[in-house]
Design a binder for this molecule. Structure first.
Ligand SMILES: NC(=O)c1ccc[n+]([C@@H]2O[C@H](COP(=O)([O-])OP(=O)(O)OC[C@H]3O[C@@H](n4cnc5c(N)ncnc54)[C@H](OP(=O)(O)O)[C@@H]3O)[C@@H](O)[C@H]2O)c1
Length: 286
């Protein structure tokens, strides 16, 4: 099987590239410099010349606050480029794996969202991601749409990395206790996605680490594992105002993914411990 990955330098794109290569598949993995997905003709030329079996779109416009100020840019990457990619995939009869977000939901349900729950995004980022999903569903049958949330891993700044920086400089750290979600380690998500590609039926899936927590609990676990001597204080989402509205509770239910693949992602606590261990920041995981 021949893979073509867009967004190779992103957190998830990086791990997917490693996973594909480790499994012995042929892989072309391209960064934004090598393939800007908003350049539709260039993407079409690349797809045609490689003629892959599987295209993975790990690109995204991910800045939730900035998306409110420049919605055109967010939609260009998260929606219009996705429509083009889906068309290109169809033209060469490739399977498309596309990623979406828990932010397609408004957070009002109060329990983990399943793939059957109706999306209702409350910010530009969420709306652009939902539109991207819709394009893929309209254009393709042979596709996997994978929603993930609170991604952390190697590469870009993410919450655990920011927290570790704060812990070096501050004696007290305040974190929101009323924002709840499913932290997801990119290493685990990449393995899950590969299982899905190899075993799953086409369709929409939620792939996140097992369980969910508040951002406060997530921080507490990280700071406990690194034996940080400071004080962590519970705050409210209102204490950290952003430009975009954010949903409060967007934990994702992974039952469909587990049923289809027989594969279970480890708990988020286990994932955090392994991540810190990899960073050399404490944690006893092997
Ligand atoms: N991060 C999260 O917490 C989170 C939560 C829910 C869902 N997701 C979804 O999960 C997927 C992976 O997210 P991630 O955290 O791995 O994202 P990421 O680390 O921000 O990576 C996204 C990659 O896309 C690239 N990119 C942006 N615009 C592009 C363009 N026009 N053409 C080509 N490449 C472009 C970026 O390039 P540069 O490196 O040059 O910037 C970056 O390497 C995305 O679909 C995202 O929406 C993420």
């Amino acid at each position: 099987m021949r893979f073509l990955i867009f967004g190779s330098r992103g957190q998830l794109g990086r791990e997917l590239t490693i996973e594909v290569i480790q499994r012995g598949f042929c892989c072309t993995s391209l960064s934004r410099e090598e393939a800007d997905v908003t350049d539709h003709q260039k993407v079409r030329d690349i797809v045609k010349s490689i003629s892959p079996d599987i295209i993975i779109n790990a690109t995204a416009y991910n800045d939730v606050d900035q998306a409110e100020l420049e919605p055109d840019k967010a939609f260009a990457v998260n929606s219009h480029a996705v429509r083009n990619l889906a068309k290109c995939a169809e033209e060469v009869k490739a399977i498309l794996v596309h990623f979406s977000s828990d932010y397609v939901f408004d957070g009002k349900k109060g329990s983990p969202y399943t793939t059957l729950d109706e999306p209702h995004p409350i910010n530009v980022y969420g709306k652009s991601k939902l539109e991207g999903e819709q394009h893929v569903i309209e254009i393709m049958r042979r596709c996997f749409i994978v929603r993930v949330s609170w991604l952390f891993g190697f590469g870009k700044a993410n919450f655990p990395l920011k927290l570790l920086e704060m812990a070096k400089k501050q004696k007290t750290i305040k974190v929101a206790i009323d924002q709840i979600n499913s932290p997801t380690y990119t290493v685990d998500a990449a393995k899950g996605v590969m299982e899905l590609i190899l075993k799953g039926k086409f369709g929409l899936y939620h792939v996140v680490n097992k369980g969910y927590c508040s951002r406060f609990e997530w921080a507490q676990e990280i700071l406990r594992l690194i034996k940080w001597p400071g004080e962590i204080q519970p705050g409210k989402m209102e204490d950290f105002p952003g430009i975009a509205k954010r949903p409060r509770f967007t934990a994702l239910d992974t039952t469909k993914f587990e049923r289809e693949t027989g594969f279970f992602l480890p708990s988020w606590r286990d994932a955090v411990e392994r991540f810190l261990c990899e960073l050399g920041e404490g944690g006893d995981a092997v």
